[in-house]
Design a protein around this ligand. Structure first.
Ligand SMILES: Nc1ncnc2c1ncn2[C@@H]1O[C@H](COP(=O)(O)OP(=O)(O)OP(=O)(O)O)[C@@H](O)[C@H]1O
Ligand SMILES: CC(=O)C(=O)O
Ligand SMILES: [K+]
Ligand SMILES: [Mg+2]
Length: 629
């Protein structure tokens, strides 16, 4: 379905609802909401268009004419739209097309729009990806994934829905902030959104770590002006009782470790202070670089141009509070845990075995945040044992000279791709949009660079957590990603990365070679998509690593794997049930995708699979090129 034009409030609902092909239910709702609105359906020819035309009167902006027109491959003349199942009923049955019959144990239905009806025929895919595929065609779907930090600006169901609708693939929860109750409520909202509205937003929990940071401020933020005196204290205050120009510090040893003459750096240089004197638990500082102080901002102190690493350097990477948060994350079923200030590979191994012991069935992806000089020293070892990494440029830029951050970013992104681990580029991508509705040109250039490096994902921090324009910021990420990806494909300026061999064992080597070959064939033959049938997601990940020109449709039978694949470059994860019979799987997915208007006859795909046959007890790894019948 291609939405030709779209405007204002309710056609946006229409658009969502059309994704689910569930019109009747929504129509009722629409009529209730906007009197005078009408919806008419026309399906003049088989495989031609449904047009939805609506007009809306009496809005505050005055009289408005709104037209939305939608094309669907899946609809035939005389079709009825059934709100109960969300499926189309064909009245015209002189069709040579394969009927989509609900298979026993089969594919779950459209988890989209307003309704979700388990048990009948369907296939689960992110409603935003689905709309994207239909509107923009295969080649133009977005490959770079988007992570949004959730905070006070985005924690309600409606705000989360707006982000999901805007393309958020992963919601990040920073355990530096908020109570567990607050985080629990957000997680439940995201789960509800997924279940009710057909998204598959994954959840990433980001640990606090033991680094030094400020406490909550009396207000959302505070401005420190040049020459002002501020007190940094280890005394405890309720936020409301905090004296003026006072900042609490979480690390008890702070007032002892710091010395007069040190430089105190907030959030990697957003604001700077000179330490004037110490008064017991209070440290009096003078602002030398003015700027905005945000609650819980990171603090480092420098002496003679060097980062001071006193007793705080001995604090554990995962604090006792972090372990409690991790237990909480496990019990809430988060998809990823990002570990702050990782220093060595051991801490990641430890956490992974802890998680495996706690929930062997549902592995949680453990991401290493690269944000300290220690993590750079052990970079390859750390990434090797992690499930992915984050270039956490905020703190990284406070620990290494700023001018080194861009090359370090590129190094981490490339290493992650070589080692087949998804990588997120994070922090300050659109910092100015915390306050302003448009980005700076430099910010757009920064996003472009990360997209050109083909990072798996980009992340919003304060922009989405507490900024004034979270949806706009997300939309900038989306638009810039799409444009730069297209440009890269047209320029073919990415073709020359040689991928090292990853595996030693034969079955894994076979998977790897199949994926490399499939990606190469897909590029040479200019196919519309690569299909991969995968249980654990490994093959899908290997294909993503090749960064092929076409999108990768990853079919998995696990909801958890589907959510986790959401973070990997170029993958569009679907949940379906498999049989061991590859031919059967292919036919069924072709038919279902056609019925949903996501593919059409004549589309060319490369299909790979590593499904183990339970009957034959052997791996049936295969690669095929197929034209959709
Ligand atoms: N759950 C939350 N509750 C309140 N404010 C939040 C929350 N999450 C983020 N924020 C606000 O958004 C700002 C940026 O958030 P973010 O979590 O990305 O910080 P960061 O410094 O990039 O991450 P880290 O603390 O891991 O280094 C924070 O300084 C804080 O003001
Ligand atoms: C994201 C994060 O933790 C940082 O940039 O420091
Ligand atoms: K954190
Ligand atoms: Mg950080």
């Amino acid at each position: 379905m291609a939405v030709m034009s779209q405007a204002f409030c309710w056609p946006t609902c229409l658009h969502g609802e059309l994704g689910g092909l569930d019109l009747t239910g929504e129509r009722r709702k629409l009529r209730g909401q906007a009197s005078g609105a009408f919806v008419s359906l026309k399906c003049p020819l088989r495989r031609s268009s449904i047009s939805i035309v609506g007009s809306e009167r009496g809005r505050s902006a005055g009289r408005k004419q709104v037209r939305t027109s939608v094309r669907s491959e899946a609809v035939a003349a005389g079709d009825k739209l059934d709100s109960g199942t969300g499926l189309l009923e064909h009245e015209d049955l002189n069709s040579d097309e394969e009927q989509v019959v609900p298979p026993k144990n089969g594919l779950l239905p459209i988890e989209n729009g307003a309704k979700f009806t388990p048990g009948s025929s369907g296939i689960e895919v992110d409603s935003v990806s689905e709309a994207d595929l239909k509107e923009n065609g295969f080649r133009s779907t977005r490959r770079t994934k988007l992570v949004c930090t959730i905070g006070p600006a985005t924690c309600s169901f409606e705000q989360l829905e707006a982000l999901a609708n805007g393309g958020m693939n992963v919601a990040r929860l920073n355990m530096c902030h908020g109570t567990r109750e607050w985080h629990r409520a957000v997680i439940r909202n995201v789960r509800m959104l997924n279940a009710e509205k057909g998204y598959s937003v994954a959840i990433m929990m980001d640990t606090e770590g033991s680094e030094i940071h400020m406490g909550d401020l009396g207000e959302n933020s505070a401005k420190a002006e040049d020459g002002e005196e501020w007190t940094f204290t280890v005394r405890k205050f309720e936020a409301a009782d905090l004296p003026e120009r006072t900042v609490q510090v979480n690390y008890e040893g702070f007032a002892e470790d710091v010395q007069a003459g040190d430089e105190l750096v907030v959030d990697g240089g957003m604001v700077r202070f000179d330490v004037v004197k110490k008064l017991g638990p209070d440290v009096i500082c003078r602002c030398i670089d003015p700027g905005l102080l945000l609650p819980r901002a990171n603090l480092t102190f420098w002496r003679d141009g060097r980062l001071v690493r006193e007793r705080n350097a001995m604090l554990p990477t995962i604090s006792s509070k972090d372990w409690l948060d991790i237990d909480f994350g496990i019990s809430e079923g988060v998809d990823f845990i990002a570990v702050s200030f990782v220093k060595t590979a051991d801490v990641i191994k430890h956490l992974k075995s802890y998680i495996t012991a706690r929930c062997p069935q549902e592995p949680i992806g453990v991401f290493a945040k690269i944000e300290s000089s220690d993590s750079l020293r052990n970079l390859e070892d750390i990434i090797q044992v992690s499930d992915g990494a984050m270039v956490a440029r905020g703190d990284l830029g406070a620990q290494i000279p700023l001018e080194q951050v861009p090359s370090v970013q590129q190094e981490i992104v490339q290493l992650c791709r070589q080692l087949n681990k998804p990588v997120i580029v994070a922090s300050q991508l659109l910092e100015s949009m915390i306050e302003y509705p448009t980005p700076t040109r430099a910010e757009v250039a920064d996003i472009s660079e990360a997209v050109r490096q083909r990072a798996d994902a980009l992340m919003l921090s304060g922009e989405s957590a507490m900024g004034a324009y979270p949806d706009k910021a997300l939309s900038v990420l989306r638009q810039v990603s799409l444009r730069i990806e297209k440009w890269c494909r047209e320029e073919k300026n990415h073709e020359n990365t040689r991928l090292q061999e990853l595996s030693a064992a034969l079955p894994d080597r076979i998977s790897e070679q199949i994926c490399n070959a499939a990606a190469q064939m897909a590029n040479k033959l200019e196919v519309d998509a690569i299909f991969v049938y995968t249980r654990r997601g490994y093959m899908a990940q290997l294909l993503s690593r090749c960064r092929p020109d076409c999108p990768i449709f990853a079919f998995t039978d696990s909801k958890n794997v589907r959510r986790r694949l959401n973070l990997s470059w170029g993958l569009i994860p679907f949940r379906v049930d498999f049989s061991d019979d590859m031919e059967n799987n292919l036919r069924r997915t072709f038919a279902l995708l056609k019925a949903r208007g996501m593919m059409k006859s004549g589309d060319l795909v490369v299909a790979v699979s590593d499904i183990t046959s339970s009957n034959l007890n052997e791996n049936l790894q295969s690669i095929q090129v197929r034209k959709i019948p």
